[in-house]
Structure formats: structure tokens, C-alpha cells
Design a protein around this ligand. Structure first.
Ligand SMILES: Nc1ncnc2c1ncn2[C@@H]1O[C@H](COP(=O)(O)OP(=O)(O)OP(=O)(O)O)[C@@H](O)[C@H]1O
Ligand SMILES: [Mg+2]
Length: 579
């Protein structure tokens, strides 16, 4: 575990060790006053003369020790906190880098709330480990061990009496640890569920209101909160008795020493002075022992959280190489591709060739696998079997960065970051000038931006919530236009647009996609009827392919889709006429 703990510290590990050394020194100074107390008692027992110098020396020594202790303890914690927050930053950065390499399925499976919990809460709670448990707990424990060794060398009988409660305390601690770990999984899962439910509740607020589901979703939220409370309390209920036992027993160094030790002195087995020194030092162990113990109840939680972080860090990443793109052209080939989200297979044995510079439309019923086919090309997931290549190079042999440069993907679910619209579009080409961004926005029919009070500086709002569906789509389209990658994948890129805007976008797109390899997905078949080839998907298989004319002549499924499209268009026109 210690190895895992220090793995993310990197340059901060030196600071953690330094803070440990400073804190050890601090605890030694905290113990020193008990040595002065012993000296005073030693003089009193020996009936030696107590001079004013001696009084000054003793009380001055006690005061100075405590001042130095206080200074060093604060300094040690200051260094340990710097090391801790540096380590937490490294952990978050490593986790973010890991997330970028994970298949989206792994992220979907755990849920947004669970990731928020790990990124924010769990990692934050490791501050206790890095800033306190390691340096503070270990330094206190170290001094306790050193004092015990000294006591054993000095007077093994009395030292043994001072240590009898330690095994009892450790047994209680071990029981608490095992119980804690046993209940930790349920407790952690309840926390994860609550986080996911809260995020779902906030995101789904619109649906909740429209369908009058407030009480149902509130109930789910309430139950998740109650569940988390119950599991937390259960954890404490199970662990508290043992915590109380070792908390009381472990620091109780006088438990056997006081009665049996005094008997040994009276019986002449041990010298009185020896006894007094052992008593003083045993008393000095109380505070460091308690300090070292404070962190022990948190260890099961910390260990579990590290395990959860490790699980994500250890999840198999996407198959990826560091190589750039070195394919001979932009021909896309799906060879015997099979894929499923989890167990359920959604694409079966797909074979598809997309010639460079040509356009391929994917059409088919909802759920037939069109978006999945597109997502595989941008390597959001690894295929289950088969392979996808560009210009003859398997996409698993292309780094994600290079693939990203090669393909512009406008997904069905448009996502805007909560920054200005200018910056949102600029994501397509980070070094683009303002003029280039505005030009791309113009091409994507983003005239609405200029009408906004702050124009291109308008923040997109939380995940783009301040814009309409069509506006968001046009922003992401502008992003793709700006990126100007040789391969373009458009998944329902104009689905939300009104007919007038759609027509304008279509003419701009026609210009934009010239000489590009295009994959386009659309339900409105009229937008794709000029494609070089149209593939009809049904239940995860390509059942028909050809040009619009060929398919109208020979294709059964396509004809069905086309007729229903024409019918819906006619229905729209009739409705307009009626109005
Ligand atoms: N993240 C996911 N996890 C599990 N199953 C998924 C996921 N995304 C899609 N599916 C399932 O995979 C199948 C294909 O979905 P896909 O999104 O590719 O369909 P589509 O043809 O694009 O549909 P639409 O026209 O409605 O966009 C569907 O049965 C869907 O339920
Ligand atoms: Mg889709």
C-alpha cells in the first residue's frame, strides 16, 4: 500500500519525508519535559539540594522544549500540507490523463456522479493520509517505539508492564479494521449511488417537471440520501465499539505498571528511581500514542479509496500506439467488425469501405447502430473483433491525438464547455485567430451569436444549456469547419435545424466537404440522397448499400425508409397548406 501511496507523490515525496523528520524532532521535544520532571523527582528522592539555578534550568527547559515543539510541529504540518496538496494535484492529473485513454464504456458504466466523487471527494479525503496520517502518525509512532526500546534496555521488567496493554489494543484494532473493510464496499457503493442520483436529478430536472415526476424523482433522491446515511451509521456502529476499546486500552501505559510496579519497588526487585523514570516516560507516551492512533480508524476508508482510484488507473485503456498517422490515403475500411456495449452485441460483422474523397451515408431505424459505427471510427471504444483502418493503418496503431487530427466528428449529443462561444469554436483549432473563428461560425450559419448581448464572448452556460438544440449544433459544426480535418463524420448534424437553416447549412457543407472523406448520418433522407454510397443499417448489420437511385430500384429497406420520409414531408406540406 505504501508503494501505491508514494507513486503519485513524485517530487512531493521529499517534502513528505522532510515533514516526517521535522515532526519526529517535534515529538522528541514534546517528550523532553517528562525527563525534566524525572530529574526534579530524582533530586527530591535523593534529598539533594535544589538550587535556584536548578529550578530555573528545569522550568526553563520545560518551557523551551514546549516552544520548540510547538514551532517544529507547525512547521512540519506546513511542509506536509504542501506535499499533500502537490500529491493530490498529481493524482487528479494522472486520473484525468487515464480517463482520456479509457474506453467511454468504462466511464458510462461508473456514472458521472461516481467520477465526481473520486475526483473531488475521495482524492480530497486523501489529504488526511498525506498531510497527517503519514507524517504526523508515523512520527508519533516512531517516538513511541524509540522510548519503548529505551525503556526495555533500561528496565525490561517495568517496560514490559508498560507495554502489556499494547497487544490487547492491537487485537481490537485488527478486529475494527477487518469489520471496517467488510462494510466499506456497501458504504462506498451507497455514496456512489447518491452522487449519481443527485447528478441525474439535477440534469433531468426538465423531464421531471414536464412529466410531473417531481415526487417520484424526489423519492429516489431521498432514498439514496437515506441509504447513504444508513450505511454510514452502520459502518460506525460496527466499528465504534472496537475503536473505543483500543482508544482506551492502548495509551493506558500505567494500567499494570502502577500497581505491579509499586509492588516490585516495595519488594526490592526494582529501584525506586528506576520506577520513577519509567513512570515519567510511560506518561509521556500517552499523547503521542493517542495522536498516532487517531488516524487508524480512517485507514480502512483510505485503503478502500486508494483501491477505487487504483481500479480506474488499472482499467485496460484503449488499444493505442504512439505512432502518428502514416496511412497512404484516407480510405476507411471496416473489416469484419463486431462490437457490443458490455455483453449485448450491437454491430455484427460489419464490412464497409469508404473511398477517399467520397461521401457515405448511414441510414436506418433508430437504434440500428449508426452512431455506434461512427464512434468506433473515432476510437471511442475498441472493437470486439475485426479491425478499422484508415489508409491501410489500423486505427489502434494511430495515437488518439493523431487520429483526432485526422477526423472531425460532430456527434449527435452536442456538448459545449462553459466558456465563451469563441473559445468553444476555437477548440476545433486552438491556434485559430478570432477572424478564422468568426469565418467558421458564419459558414455554419451561427448568425445568432452576433445578436447576443456579448456576441462571441457570451458564455455557453453550464454544458451549453443557454442555447437551443439547433444553435448548439451549429456551434459544433463551426468547430468542425474550423478544424478542417480530411475526414468528417457528421451524426445528425443538422437534425435540429429549421428547413431554412438546414438548406443554408447544406450548401455550405457541400463546399466544406469537397475533397473530404465524409461519413454522414441522417434521418432526413433528402439530405443524404446525393451521397456516393448509402448504407442501410438494420439491427446492427448493413443490409443494403448503393446510390440513392440503385437502392430505390433494388433496395427493399431503403425504399421503405424513403417512402416514409416522403410521406412525412408531404404531411408537413399539407399541414402548412391547411394553416
Ligand atoms: N452507451 C451505450 N451503452 C449501452 N448501449 C448503448 C449505448 N449507446 C447505444 N447503445 C445501444 O446500441 C444500439 C445502437 O445504438 P446507436 O446509438 O448506435 O443507434 P443509432 O442507429 O445511432 O440510433 P439513432 O438513430 O436513434 O441515433 C441501441 O440498441 C442502443 O440502445
Ligand atoms: Mg444515433
Amino acid at each position: 500500500m505504501l508503494k501505491k501511496v508514494f507513486r503519485y507523490g513524485k517530487e512531493n515525496n521529499i517534502k513528505t519525508v522532510l515533514s516526517l523528520l521535522v515532526l519526529i524532532l517535534a515529538v522528541i521535544f514534546q517528550t523532553l519535559p517528562f525527563v525534566f520532571v524525572y530529574q526534579v523527582i530524582h533530586k527530591v528522592i535523593g534529598k539533594a539540594e535544589i538550587t535556584p539555578e536548578f529550578i530555573l534550568f528545569s522550568s526553563g527547559g520545560v518551557l523551551l522544549s514546549l516552544i520548540i515543539y510547538s514551532f517544529l510541529y507547525t512547521k512540519g504540518l506546513d511542509i506536509s500540507h504542501k506535499a499533500a496538496y502537490g500529491t493530490l494535484m498529481n493524482l487528479r492529473v494522472s486520473l484525468q490523463e487515464k480517463m482520456e485513454k479509457l474506453p467511454l464504456g468504462v466511464i458510462d458504466e461508473r456514472g458521472t456522479g461516481a467520477f465526481k466523487k473520486i475526483f473531488v471527494d475521495d482524492i480530497e479525503s486523501l489529504e488526511l493520509l498525506y498531510a497527517h496520517a503519514i507524517p504526523e502518525g508515523s512520527s508519533n509512532l516512531f517516538v513511541v517505539i524509540v522510548v519503548y526500546i529505551f525503556l526495555f534496555v533500561f528496565s525490561w521488567k517495568l517496560a514490559f508492564l508498560a507495554a502489556v496493554t499494547i497487544p490487547m489494543g492491537f487485537i481490537a484494532m485488527k478486529i475494527m479494521y477487518s469489520l471496517g473493510m467488510k462494510y466499506m464496499d456497501a458504504y462506498y457503493k451507497a455514496g456512489r449511488f447518491m452522487n449519481n442520483t443527485i447528478i441525474e436529478y439535477v440534469h433531468g430536472m426538465e423531464v421531471v417537471k414536464v412529466f410531473n415526476k417531481s415526487s417520484e424523482s424526489y423519492e429516489k433522491l431521498k432514498n439514496s440520501v437515506i441509504g447513504f446515511r444508513d450505511y454510514t451509521l452502520l459502518w460506525y456502529k460496527v466499528c465504534w465499539p472496537m475503536m473505543a476499546v483500543y482508544g482506551a486500552v492502548l495509551p493506558c501505559t500505567l494500567f499494570a505498571n502502577l500497581p505491579i510496579g509499586s509492588y516490585l519497588v516495595i519488594s526490592g526487585f526494582v529501584e525506586l528511581e528506576e520506577y520513577v523514570l519509567v513512570l515519567c516516560l510511560s506518561l509521556s507516551l500517552g499523547i503521542p500514542l493517542l495522536r498516532a492512533l487517531t488516524f487508524i480508524p480512517t485507514f480502512p476508508q483510505i485503503a478502500y479509496k486508494i483501491e477505487q482510484i487504483e481500479k480506474i488507473m488499472g482499467a485496460p485503456p484503449l488499444k493505442e500506439s504512439c505512432d502518428g498517422f502514416n496511412g497512404k490515403d484516407h480510405r476507411i475500411e471496416y473489416r469484419d467488425v463486431t462490437f457490443g456495449y458490455g455483453e449485448k452485441e450491437v454491430l455484427h460483422n460489419i464490412n464497409l469501405t469508404i473511398e477517399p474523397g467520397s461521401s457515405t451515408a448511414l441510414v436506418g431505424e433508430s437504434g440500428s447502430g449508426k452512431s455506434t459505427l461512427a464512434k468506433l471510427l473515432v476510437h471511442y471504444y475498441d472493437v470486439k473483433s475485426g479491425q478499422i483502418s484508415i489508409g491501410g493503418q489500423n486505427i489502434t496503431d494511430i495515437s488518439l491525438e493523431s487520429l483526432n487530427e485526422l477526423v472531425s466528428y460532430v456527434s449527435q449529443d452536442n456538448f459545449l464547455f462553459n466558456m465563451s462561444l469563441m473559445e468553444n469554436i476555437r477548440l476545433g483549432k486552438p491556434d485559430a485567430t478570432d477572424e478564422e473563428v468568426m469565418e467558421a461560425a458564419k459558414k455554419a450559419q451561427c448568425g445568432f451569436i452576433k445578436k447576443m448581448p456579448r456576441g462571441f464572448d457570451t458564455p455557453a452556460g453550464d454544458a451549453g444549456n443557454q442555447l437551443s438544440g439547433g444553435e448548439k449544433q451549429r456551434i459544433t459544426l463551426a468547430r468542425a469547419i474550423l478544424k478542417d480535418a480530411p475526414i468528417v463524420v457528421l451524426d445528425e448534424a443538422t437534425a435540429f435545424s429549421d428547413p431554412e437553416n438546414e438548406e443554408k447549412i447544406a450548401s455550405v457543407l457541400a463546399e466544406f466537404i469537397k475533397k473530404k472523406t465524409l461519413v454522414i448520418i441522417a434521418h432526413r433522407l433528402s439530405t443524404v440522397k446525393n451521397a456516393s454510397q448509402i448504407c442501410v443499417l438494420k439491427d446492427g448489420e448493413i443490409v443494403e448499400r448503393g446510390t440513392h437511385e440503385e437502392l430505390l430500384e433494388n433496395g427493399h429497406e431503403y425504399k421503405k425508409l424513403w417512402l416514409s420520409h416522403v410521406k412525412s414531408m408531404e404531411w408537413g406540406i399539407t399541414k402548412e397548406e391547411e394553416l
